[in-house]
Ligand binder design. Structure first.
Ligand code: IMP
Length: 214
């Protein structure tokens, strides 16, 4: 896991920068993500402050990868706030749909951010495929940690599972009610949040971040 300056031009990789205790901007306007990231940061003496609390604008996600989008959100928040900033770009990749919605996961829910609509859209697309088509899917989470001087570190996690219909459970957020992680029978929407946090894509990316920067 590295910042963009690692190893470029044959130079020696740079050491991963450590995060000092203090304020950290959570560069997200998604209340579900902010809640999960706050819970994950709780043990580390960090004072999280959300982008919404600082009235930071929501940048346009122009990247073509999860990492690129995470990086642009973190860099903008660090630049505008003068504080280190952590962002999360994540999404659901449905294998039979060529990994859609992927980086467009939030956008499939439309202006109203209605995930019942987004889940129905996935189900409609899957139902139109030949009988027996697989329902495998995975969530990806890219975390980027940026400092006001432009340094960035990034980390990525993935959890595999399958999609059920109809959606089940009212915990979690986004596509959680239709996603059953491999080896489990409950959807992320039915699970106790601590159980989801022990196995999710975000938890896996976060575990790498914790190893590297604290
Ligand atoms: P973005 O990273 O802000 O572009 O949004 C990612 C979208 O992916 C979210 O709005 C959710 O719809 C979806 N997503 C990401 N992580 C999760 C998760 O843990 N559970 C359910 N949906 C998720």
């Amino acid at each position: 896991m590295s910042g963009p300056d690692e190893g470029i031009g044959g130079e020696a990789p740079q050491a991963i920068r450590k995060l000092q205790p203090g304020k950290l901007v959570i560069a997200s306007h998604n209340p579900g993500k902010v809640r999960e990231i706050r819970a994950l940061l709780a043990p580390f003496g960090i004072e999280p402050v959300s982008a919404a609390e600082l009235d930071l604008p929501e940048p346009e996600e122009t990247g073509v990868t999860f990492i690129a989008n995470a990086e642009l959100k973190a860099l903008q928040a660090a630049d505008l706030s003068g504080l280190p900033a952590l962002s999360d770009d994540s999404g659901l990749c449905v294998e039979a749909l060529g990994n859609e919605p992927g980086i467009f996961s939030a956008r499939w829910a439309g202006e109203a951010k209605d995930f019942a609509v987004a889940m129905q859209r996935i189900e409609d697309r899957l139902s139109a495929l030949p009988p027996g088509t697989g329902r495998d899917a995975h969530f990806i989470c890219a975390l980027a940690l940026a400092w006001p001087d432009g340094h960035v570190e990034w980390f990525e996690g993935r959890v595999d599972g399958t999609l059920v219909w109809p959606p089940r459970g009212d915990k979690g957020f986004g596509y959680d009610p239709m996603f059953v992680p491999l080896g489990h029978s409950e959807t992320f929407g039915e699970m106790n949040p601590d159980t989801k946090h022990a196995m999710s894509h975000r938890a896996k990316a976060f575990a790498q971040l914790v190893d590297a920067i604290f």
